[in-house]
Design a protein around this ligand. Structure first.
Ligand code: TXA
Ligand code: MG
Length: 316
């Protein structure tokens, strides 16, 4: 494939065109409220295999199935009471639920696991698309190992020439990936922190939710994604607690409020919605490093998680 079509998410005809491509087994990236996803027909093993190839994604990292509404979960999984309660609060929204899979879900979607991850995006373009195409797998539409894309141009730069089309819906509102919660076992397990917080989930379930710490065997088994390098730009990211005294020329500084100007340095406010776009911007500008200046205790857990990964777990 050599040219990737840029479609306009504000045009009904373009959404139709995207849905047609997807029904024909092609790959189309589309906007969600979190990040752009690389869509393919969730019930076509062949189309799903093409997703792994386009992203260069390891075969052991399963995909999220995106649905137009929470009722459609019943087509893909054994839905339990906890899942129904959370769905009524957070779907559509940035919460992904892992549940025992039905046979209808191809094995390649689940990377061989007995579970499947499900989510209903809270984005009008995504939902209009899925209503027309049917359920879609959609990993973040970056090349494996790159920061997730939050604008159509990020997708083009990572996957242009490898996929049929990108449906442009403007910048993503949330900016970091959905919270992933595993409800397939005896206790709810938080596999990936996000904007829907552990506390919010606990208050709906009336149960404690355990955060699966990365790195150990259990984490690798329950959440294969944690094994792989993630969210890292090509230049180093360093996290410090206060303004450095030494010169930081050539760096991009991302600073928690209040933001102060630093002579000769690119300074931006630190927030989840723009984090990945700033990573890419610093690379494009040819800067030497990205400095994070913030107190981790005062940031949302989802943002701290992404910063941990980007800094190789070096907190200030
Ligand atoms: O916000 C999001 O979730 C975005 C947008 C596009 O919806 N998608 C996304 O997909 O971040 P991806 O593939 O980049 O991340 C999916 C995460 C991975 O860490 C993967 O290991 C985990 O979900 N996952 C998927 N299926 C799973 C399963 N059956 N059991 C455990 N973890 C699973
Ligand atoms: Mg991803």
């Amino acid at each position: 494939m050599n040219s990737t079509l840029l479609l306009d998410g504000t045009l009904d005809a373009d959404i139709d065109h995207a849905a047609e491509l997807l029904r024909a087994g092609q790959l189309v990236a589309f906007p969600t409220e979190t990040v752009y996803g690389l869509g393919a027909d969730a019930f076509s093993a062949e189309a799903v295999a093409a997703v792994y190839r386009a992203k260069e994604r390891p075969a052991d990292n399963p995909l999220i199935v995106h649905l137009a509404n929470s009722a459609a979960m019943e087509r893909c999984a054994l839905v339990n009471d906890a899942a129904r309660r959370l769905a009524s609060m957070f779907m559509p929204g940035p919460l992904t639920l892992v549940l025992p899979a039905l046979d209808a879900v191809p094995e390649i979607v689940r990377a061989g696991l007995f579970t499947v991850a499900l989510r209903v995006p809270d984005h009008s373009v995504a939902r209009a698309l899925i209503e027309r195409s049917g359920p879609l797998v959609a990993p973040s539409a970056n090349r494996s190992g790159r920061p997730s894309p939050t604008r159509a141009e990020h997708v083009m730069s990572d996957l242009g020439g490898r996929i049929a089309a990108v449906l442009d819906g403007g910048p993503c509102r949330v900016g970091i990936e959905s919270t992933v919660l595993d409800l397939s076992g005896d206790e709810p397990l938080l596999l990936r922190p996000g904007i829907v917080s552990r506390e919010e989930i606990e208050s709906v379930l009336g149960l404690p939710v355990r955060l699966l710490a990365g790195g150990d065997d259990e984490a690798a088994r329950r959440s294969p994604g944690t094994r792989h390098r993630h969210y890292a730009p090509a230049i180093p990211v360093r996290w410090i607690s206060s303004l450095p005294t030494a010169t930081i020329e050539g760096a991009m500084v991302l600073m928690a409020e209040p933001v102060v100007e630093l002579p000769g340095v690119v300074v931006h406010p630190l927030d989840a919605a723009t984090l990945f776009a700033r990573f890419r911007e610093a690379e494009m500008l040819g800067l030497s490093e990205i400095l994070i200046i913030a107190d981790p205790d005062r940031l949302p857990a989802g943002l701290v998680d992404r910063l941990r990964r980007a800094t190789g777990d070096h907190l200030p």
